[in-house]
Design a protein around this ligand. Structure first.
Ligand SMILES: [Zn+2]
Length: 548
């Protein structure tokens, strides 16, 4: 056969017959060479790991903005530019008074910093603490109207310190999605709900099972500098955010004449009521505060339909990584897979969609967000200052790490079953002859650990896709081990670099799927919706109501 004909057949075969002509013409722009080229620049040593506010990060911002401009997107940042600038606050704290609990008879105990407990500032100020605050056990500390669940009942917890269980009820599959962790099960929810109720502090009881990680992870992730957006006056905050080991909490309950296991059993039921422990807590910290500035890079492809162009699909990927660390021979955390590869995908999808004539009906916003590794801060800022009203954002598709291990017949959908967005993505996968599966560790709460979560919080149906594990000619274990090896040896290590072991053939199919899914959401008559009873349904109703 003629070489040209072979090439044409091979190229044609790579795109599913079930894609429309228009979808094929977009998908054709997604190539391994394009993805690799973007990654090779963004993950180069010269960018020094793209830590927020570093020179390397500024170079990444310029690069992304230049690409957006080349593709003919509209700048959607501040003042008609590409960048949405914002400040981040760094807080390095030191315990000045360890957690001290006093019982009425004069007995007391001290929870040793780091060994038994960690104490972190809830307020952005130089020093703070609580003195002789009443301590109350509040079970899971959850108020969830859609589950008809309220641990607080009518109890006033203002000024008190709450002892709270991590995770959410998991024994009943009809409650809190069974073993799957919801937002209610996350530590950030516990602190936020306590703050809404005016509590002074929160101690989360750590167990390996409920946290899905051992105590040393709490120690390491809560003892360095913590980053946040600048606090706003209207946002309620607790004074102290604390964790304690299960053993330390057992001793605290003994001091109060209570049994931790009995309390926890009572908290598994709807009729649970907060239990005043009759002991008082004192603790304090001092804080070294710092302020720096970074930016989201925002480009928009305006919709072609006069009415639907007011609505948008947001594609997001974080551009930051961990920067440089001292001590080892290779000190640069290049973040090639995490998340230069996601930004590469974002840029390649932008290229594919910008090529369409006519453009998709709804507008598409490409958001390369900052400071994800510091606590999802760029997406939090974007969602607090959205360039399109939340009720007009049809969906968020987030990319955090591409498949670098070759073709797979599956891919993992984080957030499967939560919204009708999975119907769209599932149909595109089927058109490719592939299959979408759920997250293989839903108990770990991956949905709440990357930028899509901030979109969900403002009601936007959101998801992210992770690499599959079923490689042709191998069983699923083989694929799982490949990913685990990368996670153990290179994830958040200087070794997260692009090299000859990378195979982007699977990433091409995954990014083609995203391209076509974005097109279908952008052109659909209706926007996706959360499934009835989902934890984010109420937020969506509110967002839709605000633009009606
Ligand atoms: Zn990441």
């Amino acid at each position: 056969m003629n070489q040209l004909l072979v090439w044409i057949l091979a190229t044609a075969a790579a795109l599913p017959a079930a894609f429309s002509v228009r979808e094929k013409s977009a998908a054709r722009h997604i190539t391994a060479a394009t993805l690799a080229a973007h990654v090779r620049f963004l993950a180069d040593d010269l960018l020094e790991g793209r830590a927020p506010a570093s020179r390397g990060s500024e170079l990444a911002l310029r690069y992304i903005a230049s690409q957006f401009e080349r593709l003919g997107l509209q700048p959607a940042g501040d003042d008609g530019g590409w960048l949405q600038r914002f400040d981040i606050i760094g807080m390095k704290s030191e315990v000045t008074t360890p957690i001290t609990v006093a019982a009425p008879g004069g007995k007391s105990l001290v929870l040793k910093p780091v060994v038994d407990s960690v104490v972190n500032p809830g307020l952005q100020q130089a020093a703070m603490g609580v003195r002789d605050a009443d301590v109350v056990f509040v079970g899971y500390g959850i108020t969830a109207p859609e589950q008809k669940w309220d641990d607080f009942k009518d109890v006033d917890v203002r000024g008190k310190v709450l002892v709270v269980m991590n995770s959410d009820p998991e024994s009943d599959p009809a409650l809190f999605a069974g073993a799957t962790r919801l937002y209610y099960g996350r530590w950030d929810y516990k602190y936020a709900e306590a703050a809404r109720r005016g509590a002074a502090g929160v101690i989360i009881i750590h167990t390996d099972h409920s946290a899905s990680y051992p105590w040393h992870v709490v120690q390491s992730s809560w003892t360095g500098t913590q980053f946040e957006l600048p606090a706003t006056p209207s946002e309620p905050r607790v004074t102290l955010r604390m964790w304690a080991t299960e053993d330390a909490c057992r001793r605290l309950m003994q001091l109060a004449g209570k049994n931790l296991d009995e309390l926890r059993r009572a908290a598994e039921k709807r009729d649970f009521r907060p239990v005043a422990l009759g002991v008082k807590l004192t603790a304090a910290v001092k804080v070294a505060l710092s302020r720096s500035r970074t930016a989201n890079v925002l480009g928009k492809l305006p919709g072609s339909d006069a009415r639907l162009a007011n609505e948008a699909v947001v594609l997001s990927a974080h551009h930051d990584h961990l920067g440089m660390r001292e001590g080892s021979a290779d000190v640069i955390y290049n973040g090639a897979q995490d998340n230069a590869s996601g930004v590469a995908a974002l840029l390649n999808v932008a290229e594919a969609l910008a090529s369409l004539e006519p453009r998709p009906k709804r507008s598409i916003v490409f958001a390369a967000v900052a400071a994800e590794e510091s606590g999802l801060l760029g997406s939090e800022y974007f969602c607090a200052h959205p360039i399109v009203a939340p009720g007009r954002i049809a969906a968020n598709l987030n990319i955090d790490g591409l498949n670098i291990w070759g073709k797979t017949s599956d891919l993992a959908y984080v957030g499967l079953g939560k919204s009708t967005l999975d119907d769209v993505v599932g149909a595109v996968a089927r058109a490719q002859g592939r299959q979408v599966t759920g997250d293989d560790r839903p108990d770990k709460g991956a949905f709440y650990r990357s930028d899509q979560f901030n979109f969900a919080k403002i009601g936007v149906p959101a998801m992210y896709l992770k690499a599959g594990i079923r490689h042709p000619g191998h069983d699923a274990d083989w694929g799982r081990q490949l990913k685990e090896k990368y996670d153990n040896e290179r994830y958040h290590q200087p070794g997260d670099q692009i090299d000859a072991t990378w195979n982007l053939d699977g990433a091409v199919e995954d990014v083609q799927l995203m391209t076509v899914a974005v097109m279908r959401v952008a052109d659909a008559a209706k926007m996706p919706e959360w499934r009835h009873g989902d934890e984010f349904e109420a937020a969506r109703k509110q967002a839709l109501g605000a633009v009606r």
